[in-house]
Design a protein around this ligand. Structure first.
Ligand SMILES: [Zn+2]
Length: 364
């Protein structure tokens, strides 16, 4: 049962407070040191959309703007409410036990109340979308994608491309840079979560690791919701030739899931905690799968077979091989320019593919 539901107006207020605060901190810190500017604004049209705008000239300081629609914040909150209610349903419990067996974990983190779960999932998804836009800007993706107005680059999540579906090189670059922005966003969210919860000021030391892990679980659930919500710009599955602006949700989840458990393990170990890799792997898989299941069945937005929605690991996805080959080839090609343009950020935020996966992808 939902204990405390927010009105739409309360959602907008909370979202504005959180994102204005992040923007001010970055603007007065990092951007000031680089002689750059970062601003943030809201759009009122009722769309699930966000966009990033850059007026940076080559070699100059970053001139960046991020916009989110109020409707996006509202839907992210309602999805968090809906997902948490769904996760506690007895049918979902049955689904978890039959699907994940001995690896099953709690449907929602036990260290949080239901209200906390909804709030934390909402805040994770909201800040992730913001950091995804920031990821596009940090790496100046507009420049590598090209623009009809060379002094200003804009990247839309819900591209107005219905009349002009991207194909060829433009589509491949768009897909690769979307995945790169995902990578920056996930890294930023996990680092922020570690800062708050792993020996941070908000929890005592012994609870820190569990609270961090609980947040990682909710972040993963929210990524499935976000990817399926943004699905309008993606192709049906990871097929070639690459078309459209965004990769398919399940492909984005396949990239995000190992990144999440690997980087979480690094962050935990760096602060003296070891919760076991297997637990992190199975927890991330359950969160991604449950999120996908919620989006496709509970919310009734899709008709795919259940098995196609489940995260399996790239090495178990021969059907993604040719698409991955195209993405990695394009990424390797554009990466030198992106690396030069990248204004700031940890190396850990740069998308990479393991040697094992590269071998797999480029083998016949
Ligand atoms: Zn994007």
């Amino acid at each position: 049962m939902i204990l405390l539901s927010r009105t739409d107006h309360e959602i907008y207020e909370l979202a504005n407070r959180v994102l204005t605060d992040i923007t001010e901190k970055m603007s007065n810190g990092l951007y000031k040191r680089l002689n750059g500017t970062l601003s943030f604004g809201w759009a009122t049209a009722p769309k699930f959309n966000a966009w990033a705008e850059s007026k940076t000239f080559v070699g100059g300081p970053p001139q960046h703007k991020i916009f989110l629609h109020y409707e996006l914040a509202r839907i992210l909150y309602r999805d968090a409410e809906g997902f948490c209610t769904f996760a506690l349903d007895s049918q979902t419990e049955h689904l978890i036990n039959t699907t994940f067996g001995d690896n099953a974990t709690d449907p929602l983190p036990e260290c949080f109340t239901l209200d906390d779960c909804i709030n934390n999932m909402f805040l994770a998804s909201l800040t992730w979308v913001y950091f995804h836009e920031l990821g596009h800007l940090m790496q100046e993706h507009g420049r590598v994608r090209g623009s009809p107005t060379p002094d200003k680059y804009t990247i839309q999540e819900l591209d107005a491309h219905a009349a002009n579906i991207l194909t060829g090189l433009q589509a491949s670059i768009s897909h690769a840079t979307e995945l790169a922005a995902d990578f920056e966003a996930t890294t930023q969210c996990l680092m922020a979560s570690a800062q708050h919860f792993l020996r941070g000021p908000l929890v005592d030391e012994s609870d820190g690791a569990e609270v961090f892990i609980g947040n990682v679980y909710l972040l993963t659930c929210s990524l499935a919701c976000i990817f399926y919500r943004f699905n309008a710009g993606s192709t049906a599955c990871a097929e070639i030739p690459v078309t459209g602006s965004h990769p398919n949700p399940i492909y984005r989840l396949e990239v995000a899931a190992p990144h999440i458990y690997e980087f979480s393990e690094i962050l935990l170990k760096a602060t003296g905690f070891d919760r076991g890799r297997n637990r992190l792997v199975s927890m991330t898989k359950q969160a991604a799968d449950l999120g996908s299941f919620f989006c496709n069945y509970k919310r009734s937005t899709g008709t795919e077979e259940t098995i196609h929605l489940f995260v399996k690991g790239f090495l178990q996805r021969p059907e993604f091989k040719l698409y991955s080959r195209e993405i990695i080839t394009i990424w390797d090609k554009i990466y030198p320019d992106i690396s030069t343009a990248r204004h700031f950020g940890s190396e850990l935020g740069i998308m990479h593919f393991t040697e094992d996966y590269r071998k797999f992808v480029f083998s016949e």
